[in-house]
Every structure is written in structure tokens, then in C-alpha cells.
Ligand binder design. Structure first.
Ligand SMILES: [Zn+2]
Length: 158
């Protein structure tokens, strides 16, 4: 089936605050999941986002799609296994966080500069990824979504 653009939830929506559940290998291989991954990618590209997490489209599962340097990454059940002590402050925005005019806005957020991450790809294969700078930031932002955390929650700490 053709990929479709999904509706993105906007803060404050309680569904953005739920902790998402891991998905099983058989579920990853399920046709419905394959379609959902296509739809997530389509939605991210249409909205010109650097990433999208399943809870942002109302699906309470640990699935993330990223668009980094024209490469699409599907991270299923992602886990950060190691991260730098050093942090870096850079502007961050989110498709689910808009101002009173419905516009996305950017604020500086402190994130680990690099990290190692373990995940399953769209075929269910376990993969490891070393990420730094923008990609590391995107992974931290998206994994936060899986735990019901939004980037604005970090602003007070800066
Ligand atoms: Zn976001």
C-alpha cells in the first residue's frame, strides 16, 4: 500500500506523555509495521523533520525514524549504551511543540555530544551505531519521545 501522511499530535496531548512499549521481532516483521514505517517516513519528509517518533503519531511503540544527511534510519527499540560526559548546547525544535501561532520554535538544549546506540532495524536485525553531533542529538531527542519526554522539559536545566 502507498505510504500516507499521518497526523502529528501537538503538545499538550496526553498521548505524547506516555511511555512507549518495546516491539517484538514478529511484530517488526508484520506487514502492518512495515506499512507504519513507510507512513512514518512519509510523514517526517512531508513535515521536513529530522526525525519522528511513533508516539508523535499516536502509536505507543518504541519506533523512531530519522533523516540524517539524506539517509533514513529506522530505529526500533533503540537504547543508548554509552554516551560522552561532555555535553553540547544547540537549538532544537520539535514537530509536536508549537507556539501560539502554530509555528515550530527552537530553543537551546544541552545533550551528550556523542553516544553509542543499539537498536533493531526494519528487518529486525540488531545493529549498533556510533553517533555524534547532530545525529547524536536527534537520537536523544527521539528516545526522549519514547519515554514521554519533550525537549521543552530540558529547558529549565540549562
Ligand atoms: Zn520531537
Amino acid at each position: 500500500m502507498k505510504a500516507k501522511v499521518l497526523n502529528i499530535l501537538i503538545n499538550p496531548d496526553k498521548r505524547l506523555r506516555k511511555k512507549s512499549l518495546s516491539i517484538s521481532l514478529s511484530e517488526i516483521k508484520d506487514q502492518k509495521t512495515k506499512q507504519f514505517l513507510k507512513d512514518m517516513k512519509e510523514t517526517m519528509l512531508k513535515e521536513d523533520g529530522a526525525g519522528l517518533a511513533a508516539p508523535q503519531v499516536g502509536v505507543n511503540k518504541r519506533i523512531v525514524v530519522l533523516n540524517h544527511e539524506n539517509k533514513i534510519y529506522y530505529l526500533i527499540n533503540p537504547e543508548i549504551t554509552k554516551f560522552s560526559f561532555n555535553q553540547e548546547i544547540k537549538d532544537e525544535g520539535c514537530l509536536s511543540v508549537v507556539d501560539e501561532n502554530g509555528e515550530i520554535y527552537f530553543k537551546p538544549v544541552s545533550r551528550h555530544k556523542w553516544l553509542n546506540c543499539k537498536y533493531q532495524d526494519e528487518k529486525g536485525k540488531t545493529k549498533k551505531l556510533k553517533a555524534r553531533n547532530g545525529l547524536a542529538r536527534a537520537i536523544q531527542h527521539e528516545i526522549d519521545h519514547l519515554d514521554g519526554v519533550l525537549f521543552i522539559d530540558h529547558l529549565k536545566k540549562n
